[in-house]
Ligand binder design. Structure first.
Ligand SMILES: *Cc1c(COP(=O)(O)O)cnc(C)c1O
Length: 223
């Protein structure tokens, strides 16, 4: 595993995909998902120039936050968050990518010491095993989230089914983009919806082609 080479390759591929889509490379933010490695390897990756770290478990997130936060990094919590753990972690999170229930949003409202940037997780594919709201229920969900002013909805997050082919991926990601633009156009208070979190190691070029602004990449850094 050569972290310097892997980092250079991932950043190069993201830049290529952005340029091919007629977008600037600054329009796509790379989150390095470090859930596969310990703090010491995470630190080595940070030394290659990575600026944003993604973790999906509260214990691992807090451990790395405590050990590595001196780097002035951006911290992304990308996994399912249990309500009872919100208080432990939410005030250290710069972006929370998996807001998947109204009850969870209410708990964030209660525990947050400042507005928390959240992505509404949307299940575009309709796959039963996936978390997230279905596109049809979003209007009613937004009404319920309207009073929760510490839940800042910066965008939506989606994940494609593992077995999806390129055509299916493009369909899911373009549908997510359409939904994000629709929500942004409504200009609701504390719900800017300007961002779109989608794309992982195996599908980020297609996600970028379809308008992703945050890609969450793990495996490609650590192979
Ligand atoms: C692990 C994970 C990723 C990164 O996936 P890779 O395939 O390793 O790039 C992205 N998003 C979420 C929510 C994850 O749990």
């Amino acid at each position: 595993m050569n972290l310097v080479e892997n980092k250079a390759r991932v950043y190069e591929e993201v830049e290529q995909a952005s340029l091919q889509a007629g977008r600037s490379k600054q329009s796509v933010h790379i989150i390095a998902v470090t859930k596969y490695v310990d703090s010491s390897i995470t630190n080595e990756l940070i030394e290659t120039g990575v600026k944003a770290i993604g973790e999906n478990r509260v214990d691992r997130f807090l451990e790395k936050y405590q050990e590595l936060n001196h780097h002035s990094l951006e911290w992304h919590f990308i996994g399912t968050l249990q309500r009872r753990k919100v208080k432990d972690v939410i005030n250290y999170v710069d972006y929370f990518h998996a807001l998947d229930s109204v009850k969870l949003a209410q708990e964030i409202q209660k525990r947050a010491e400042h507005p928390i940037r959240c992505f509404l997780e949307v299940n575009i594919s309709g796959e039963a095993s996936k978390h997230g709201f279905s596109p049809d229920e979003i209007d009613s969900i937004l009404e319920q989230l309207a009073p929760l002013d510490k839940v800042e909805l910066v965008g939506i997050m989606t994940m494609a089914p593992f077995e999806a082919d390129d055509e299916e991926l493009a369909r899911i990601f373009s549908e997510a983009k359409r939904l994000q633009l629709d929500l942004a156009s409504r200009q609701l208070p504390h719900m800017p919806f300007t961002e779109l979190s989608m794309g992982m190691s195996r599908d980020f070029p297609i996600a970028i082609a379809n308008g992703a602004t945050y890609v969450r990449i793990g495996t490609a850094f650590f192979k």
